[in-house]
Design a protein. Structure first.
Ligand code: MRU
Length: 362
């Protein structure tokens, strides 16, 4: 996608083949800065501290982390250790393990002398595949927006949660891909952007992305969605996901479940945009089975923003001494989902449909 008219991705391989550059997403929307990562340890820190975030992007970045390890020591032991280390950086998004395991298998199958180049090319292929997958998700999701536009006047109002945009992927985004493609096709689209406390990925990342693309949007408090749906101001919800179990239960940023409940109560279609790299067929169900990351309470008790003088500062919100709990994700049961928008088409969120989708694909 473009920033100030210039094509940009959140991940770029350095031409010397010895590192990558990533957008430091902690600084957005006020500062757009790339940071170099030159080792598996750098990559671990960037994922853990959320310089990069979003399920598909952390998968691609972690793959490069393994490739950087292969530049230093491509022995079986070193690669297996690095893979384990990288997979421990964040627990919930399954794309991380999907990408690292896929690359590890590929690299261990070739002689040690060619592993570094094989790994580098393999990481690049994972990143490029993500771009194609997300473009296809947009193509399959676009008719949902076109159908709304065909039956009512005015813009199609889409509600989204967190950031499942191009910043969370290598390009296009997942939930935003149908939106960007609708906008490019000349459809009038308006996006309700959940601010997404506590880290505000909606307010600071999705709003920035949509603004750069010229897509009309409005940031709302996380608690506003139910009210907007009751008053007919949301035509459909599209969100991303971090892990989907084999029965269709979908894990995404905390607060997604409440939006799905409100959508269900108001008859608003609720779609999850899901690259198949986010599907965990090993899990029978998601509510008990998906590991939920617990992050620091400081993400709740403090917030950062820009002062009138242009300085970005962090301030405290809560009284000294109040405890804060911060589960970073929740799981929406499959029964609340209208469908999953995948790179292969829209499928029902149920075990039979997902089994059929994956039959013969891996
Ligand atoms: O904690 P984050 O910012 O990594 O969580 C990201 C989300 O929940 C996204 O919405 C999800 O990964 C989908 S990304 C296309």
């Amino acid at each position: 996608m473009k920033v100030n008219g210039v094509a940009l991705r959140p991940l770029r391989a350095l031409p010397d083949g010895q590192g990558i550059e990533v957008i430091d997403q902690r600084l957005l929307p006020f500062d757009l800065r790339m940071r170099p990562l030159r080792s598996a340890r750098d990559v671990f820190v960037a994922i853990r501290e959320m310089w990069v975030r979003g399920a598909p992007l952390i998968g691609a970045v972690a793959a490069y982390g393994l490739a950087l390890q292969a530049r230093r020591d491509a022995s079986d032991a070193a690669l297996r250790n690095a893979a384990k280390f990288l997979k421990g950086s964040r627990p919930t998004a399954v794309n991380l393990a999907w990408a690292v395991d896929r690359l590890l298998t590929q690299v261990l199958a070739v002689p040690e002398a060619v592993r570094a180049d094989t790994a580098w090319a393999g990481a690049g292929a994972i990143a490029e595949q993500d771009v194609q997958v997300n473009e296809a998700i947009g193509r399959h999701g676009l008719p949902l927006l076109q159908a709304v536009a065909a039956r009512k006047p005015g813009p199609v109002n889409v509600l989204t949660h967190c950031n499942a945009g191009w910043l969370a992927t290598v390009d296009w985004g997942t939930a935003t891909s149908p939106i960007y493609q609708a906008h490019a096709a000349g459809l009038a689209v308006h996006v309700w952007v959940d601010e997404t406390r506590p880290r505000n990925q909606g307010a600071s990342l999705t709003a920035w992305e949509l603004g750069q693309a010229g897509v009309p949007h409005t940031v709302v408090a996380d608690n506003a969605g139910g009210h907007l749906m009751q008053h007919g101001r949301v035509d459909l919800c599209i969100v991303g996901c971090d892990r989907v179990a084999s029965n269709g239960d979908a894990c995404n940023k905390i607060g997604t479940y409440l939006k799905a409940l409100a959508a269900h109560d108001n008859g608003v279609p609720f779609y999850v945009a899901m690259p198949t790299s986010t599907l965990d067929m090993a899990l029978a169900e998601g509510v008990q089975g998906i590991p939920i990351e617990e992050r620091s309470g400081r993400e709740l008790t403090h917030v950062s923003g820009r002062t009138a003088a242009g300085e970005v500062v962090e301030v405290q919100l809560t009284p000294d001494g109040s405890a804060a709990a911060n589960p970073a994700f929740d799981v929406t049961p499959a029964r609340l989902l209208t469908g999953l928008i995948t790179e292969h088409g829209i499928v029902a969120a149920d075990a039979a449909a997902l089994r059929q989708l994956m039959a013969g694909r891996r």
